[in-house]
Write a protein that binds this ligand. Structure first.
Ligand code: NAP
Length: 295
């Protein structure tokens, strides 16, 4: 068997930038027509450095497409009851079209209770059970941002999913599980879901036409685990420290990119693959929420 030596790098930065341009255009059209400008609110609890960076990037993205935005900051000592009350307040604020509560939350606050308090038509992260379940209705309301970003990357690179065997590694509530549902319901793929309890992971990954990995373990997927010509989507994002990196750290995916890429037909890099799509999806969902509430 001859090895594939050329592959297409899936450029998430470029696709995300295209999506942002499309959104900015729609915002300009709404403005011209005198319609409501999308307004995203971001709730941040505590002063976790990584969360602050994610939130800064979301604010920057809002500015770049012309959205209104509001930052709502709370000390990590806020009680769950007070935070839930505040969420209710935002739920009822007609000026806010969509909002997110940046994760993680302090341990004394239940992520599940907070998520479920968010009105589903304002849940632009797509985390509520209602939005999760809406995927199987084939008319999803607001789709979970990262999986939606992955589906959009596949669509924009004309990667056929129908009838293909998609193997998803990782089954979390916000990434692997909704992605598996979207691939089945919207992509018409045959889907295998692998998780921590999967025995002999390589048997499954080697059978994948499309391999999608969302675990958070750098180097989990090696070249021997990938079929020749497969499409590989790496969602993993782990900060790895070491003196060999110019900044003292680097962001790593779950796939051993150097060894795996030559075997693939398409592959996402980390960083610059799925990562930028998550924010693009958040903007897309916010525009959608605005269109639904204020057509
Ligand atoms: P998570 O909640 O920790 O879920 C990881 C999943 O992988 C779980 O289902 C876990 O099973 C499973 N798993 C653990 N070890 C495994 C193994 N050896 N083989 C197969 N499955 C295994 O994480 P997440 O939130 O889904 O995120 C996953 C990765 O994607 C992280 O690196 C995260 O940073 C990244 N991510 C990136 C973006 C982005 O915007 N680029 C967005 C979301 C997530 P158990 O639940 O049974 O432990």
């Amino acid at each position: 068997m001859t090895e594939t030596t050329t592959y297409t790098l899936i450029d998430g930065k470029k696709v995300a930038s295209d999506i942002k341009e499309e959104i900015a255009q729609k915002v300009a059209e709404r403005k011209q027509a005198g319609k409501k400008i999308p307004h995203l609110a971001i709730i941040l609890v505590g002063d976790d450095g990584a969360s602050q960076t994610y939130v800064d990037n979301k604010v920057k993205a809002c500015k770049s497409v012309g959205f209104h935005y509001t930052m709502m900051r709370f000390a990590d000592t806020i009680s769950e009851e007070k935070l839930l009350k505040h969420i209710d307040h935002v739920n009822n604020d007609d000026d806010v079209d969509g909002f997110i509560v940046q994760l993680p939350l302090p341990p004394h606050i239940s992520v599940e209770r907070v998520t479920e308090k968010i009105r589903s038509d304002k849940d632009v992260d797509g985390f509520t059970n209602h939005n999760f379940g809406s995927i199987i209705s084939k008319k999803p309301l607001l789709m979970p941002a990262t999986p939606f970003g992955v589906m959009e990357l596949l669509r924009r690179y004309n990667i056929e999913t129908e009838g293909k065997h998609a193997v998803v590694v990782g089954a979390s509530r916000i990434t692997g599980a909704p992605l598996s549902m979207m691939l089945t319901e919207l992509g018409h793929a045959t889907v295998t879901i692998c998780h921590k309890y999967t025995k002999d992971l390589a048997t499954f990954t080697r059978a994948a036409d499309i391999l999608l990995v969302a675990v958070g373990k750098p180097g989990l997927i090696t070249a021997e685990m990938v079929k020749e010509g497969a499409v590989v989507v790496d969602i993993g994002t782990t900060r790895v420290e070491g003196p060999q990196y110019p900044k003292g750290w680097a962001i790593k995916g779950d796939v051993d990119f150097k060894a795996v890429a030559p075997k693939t037909s398409y592959i996402t890099p980390v960083p610059g693959g799925v990562g930028p799509m998550t924010i693009a999806s958040l903007l897309f969902n916010t525009l959608r929420a605005t269109e639904l509430q204020n057509p």
